[in-house]
Design a protein around this ligand. Structure first.
Ligand SMILES: [Fe+2]
Ligand SMILES: [Fe+2]
Length: 312
C-alpha cells in the first residue's frame, strides 16, 4: 500500500444540512471556540471592490455603460471573486485532512490538523458572503476543476509543493490585494486574518518540501502540474471580460482585443507570473523547475489578441 498517495473524491459539492439540523448548532459553537471573529456578511450581492480593482476603470465599454450596468458588472465580478475564495477554502479543508493522514511525524500531523481547523474557519467566514445556491455553478470553473483533480490524484510531495509552496504563497498576495481594495470593513478583517494563517501554511510547506530529495521524474511531474496551473494565469482576466459581455451584450473579437489591451492584460499578467516565479525561486529545486517552465513558455503572458482568441 502506498504511503504517499491516497485517492479519494474531493466531493466539493457535498450537500448542506438543513438550517434547523442539530449538527449546525454544535458546529456553530465549535466555530465560536476557534475564532472570535464573526463577520456580518449580510449583503450577498454587493460590489465589494471598485472598478479600479478589476482594471475596469480603463475600459471604455465599461465606462460608457449606464450606471446600473456598471454596478451589475462590479457585483458579478465581486461574486466571482468570493465564489472562487469559497471553493479554495473548501478545497483547503480537504487538503489538510489528506495531508494529516499522509503525515510522517507527529508534529506534522498536529500541524495539518490545526491547518484543517484554520481552513474550516476561513470557509465559514467566506460562506457568509456567498450564496451556496449561486455558488453551485462555480464548481465548473476551470481553476477549481484543476484544483479538484490535483487534490484527488497527486502524491504527497506534489501536493506539498503545488498547494502549499505555490498556491498558498500566491494566496497571500491575492488576499492582500483583495484586502487593500475592499470597501467592506468586515470582509477586510476576514482577509487580514486569512493572510496570517496562509503565511503559516505556506512556510510549513517550504520546510517540508526543502527537506525532501526529488527524482528527475518527480521534478518533471511538478513542472507538468505547474504548466497547467500557470496557463490559467497566462490567459488573462477572462472572467472579468465575460462579465462585461454578459451585461453589455455580445462583443466582437475586435472589441475583446481592445478591452484586453485597455486592461493592459499583458503587463498585469506578467506581474502575476513574476510573483509565481519568485515563489519557485524561494523553494528547493528552483533552477531545474524554473528552467523547464521557461523552456516550455510557461512564463509567457498571452497578448491581448491571444486572450481574445480563447475568450468564450
Ligand atoms: Fe485558507
Ligand atoms: Fe491555507
Amino acid at each position: 500500500m502506498s504511503s504517499d498517495k491516497i485517492q479519494i473524491e474531493t466531493r466539493l459539492d457535498l450537500p448542506d444540512l438543513g438550517s434547523g439540523h442539530d449538527l449546525r448548532r454544535i458546529l456553530s459553537s465549535a466555530l465560536k471556540s476557534h475564532t472570535a471573529l464573526q463577520p456580518a456578511g449580510e449583503s450577498l450581492l454587493q460590489a465589494f471592490w471598485p472598478a479600479a480593482h478589476f482594471n475596469l476603470d480603463r475600459v471604455a465599454v465599461y465606462r460608457d455603460a449606464p450606471e446600473e450596468e456598471r454596478e451589475l458588472i462590479l457585483k458579478e465580478c465581486s461574486c466571482d471573486t468570493l465564489e472562487e475564495a469559497y471553493y479554495i477554502e473548501k478545497c483547503g479543508i480537504y487538503f489538510a485532512s489528506k495531508m494529516c493522514l499522509l503525515s510522517e511525524s507527529v508534529q506534522e500531523r498536529m500541524l495539518y490538523s490545526l491547518f484543517g481547523a484554520d481552513e474550516t474557519v476561513h470557509f465559514s467566514w467566506i460562506s457568509r458572503y456567498v450564496s451556496t445556491e449561486a455558488a453551485a455553478d462555480f464548481i465548473h470553473n476551470p481553476f477549481i476543476e484543476l484544483l479538484d483533480d490535483l487534490l484527488r490524484d497527486q502524491d504527497k510531495i506534489t501536493l506539498t509543493y503545488v498547494i502549499q509552496v505555490i498556491l498558498e504563497g500566491w494566496g497571500i498576495s491575492h488576499y492582500r490585494a483583495l484586502s487593500k481594495d475592499c470597501n467592506d470593513a468586515g470582509l477586510v478583517e476576514v482577509f487580514d486574518h486569512i493572510i496570517k494563517d496562509e503565511a503559516r501554511h505556506h512556510s510549513s510547506g517550504l520546510v517540508l518540501f526543502n527537506e525532501r530529495r526529488l527524482s528527475h521524474d518527480q521534478i518533471e511531474s511538478l513542472v507538468e502540474v505547474l504548466s497547467r496551473l500557470f496557463l490559467m494565469v497566462r490567459v488573462g482576466p477572462q472572467s472579468i471580460v465575460s462579465k462585461v459581455e454578459r451585461v453589455r451584450g455580445h462583443l466582437s473579437r475586435a472589441q475583446k482585443i481592445k478591452i484586453f489591451q485597455e486592461m493592459e492584460c499583458e503587463q498585469e499578467t506578467a506581474g502575476k507570473l513574476q510573483t509565481l516565479k519568485s515563489l519557485i525561486r524561494s523553494a528547493g529545486y528552483a533552477e531545474p523547475i524554473f528552467d523547464a517552465l521557461d523552456r516550455a513558455g510557461a512564463f509567457k503572458p498571452f497578448s491581448a489578441a491571444e486572450c481574445a482568441a480563447v475568450s468564450v
